[in-house]
Design a binder for this molecule. Structure first.
Ligand code: ZN
Length: 152
């Protein structure tokens, strides 16, 4: 099974961002938070070095990143302010558990066509297992959880 390496501080920050999203929920509804994971290849594995989050657009399928945010990230990459590549995305499932919805699986499979090591991180700050990384297995046609190693 392939591993994902991630900076411990990035995971901590991402969990914090998701928890702050929970705090903003009005009337008992849950605010979904999503963002992009940046990183690079590390000896044939994926190394996640930072995470960015932007404005959310809520749809019936959950949250999507605002187009302006995506454009700002793209601009930062073109101008060299961001030197890493987009290697994954994260989003929250507040109170419903850490799994991929059918829409999540489709999104993940699409991104893996552009970058085979692309991962999707799902976070439920209310669950016992608070987060998990997934990758789509094109042969088995299903998403599989990945083991994660945190690096300081
Ligand atoms: Zn989802």
């Amino acid at each position: 099974m392939s591993s994902v390496f991630a900076r411990e501080g990035v995971i901590r920050q991402t969990l914090k961002t998701v928890c702050e999203g929970l705090g903003r929920s009005a009337g008992g509804g849950s605010v979904e938070i999503s963002g992009l994971l940046l990183g690079r290849d590390l000896a044939g594995n994926l190394f996640i070095t930072s995470a960015v989050t932007g404005d959310q657009v809520s749809t019936e399928f959950g949250s999507e990143l605002d187009d302006n945010f995506m454009a700002r990230v793209a601009q930062a990459m073109i101008t060299g302010k961001i030197t890493e590549r987009i290697v994954g995305m994260f989003h929250s499932h507040p109170g419903i558990g850490v799994f991929l919805s059918q829409q999540d699986v489709r999104t993940l499979a699409n991104f893996q066509r552009l970058y085979p090591r692309f991962v999707m991180m799902v976070i439920d700050p209310l669950a016992r297992v608070r987060y998990r990384f997934f990758r789509y297995d094109t042969e088995a046609q299903m998403a599989r959880p990945l083991s994660v190693e945190l690096i300081e």
